[in-house]
Design a protein around this ligand. Sequence first.
Ligand SMILES: [Zn+2]
Length: 70
Amino acid sequence: MGANRDDPFISFPPCKGPICFGEVGLDADVTIWATGDEHEVREVLCRAKGDDVCKIVISPEPKKIGLADR
Ligand SMILES: [Zn+2]
């Protein structure tokens, strides 16, 4: 993929890691809303570090320490 300076999602120089913490936090909250459990949410690909897409992975299994312990 060629770098496009008009693309607001690409930073220069590219970041070392994923930066979409807002999206990850939102997805984490949505999984709690949808399932009642806390799931691990990680961004594994991010356009800010040069990947073609942002890819966020949500674990199918809930975290061991979740809402049940609160
Ligand atoms: Zn991203």
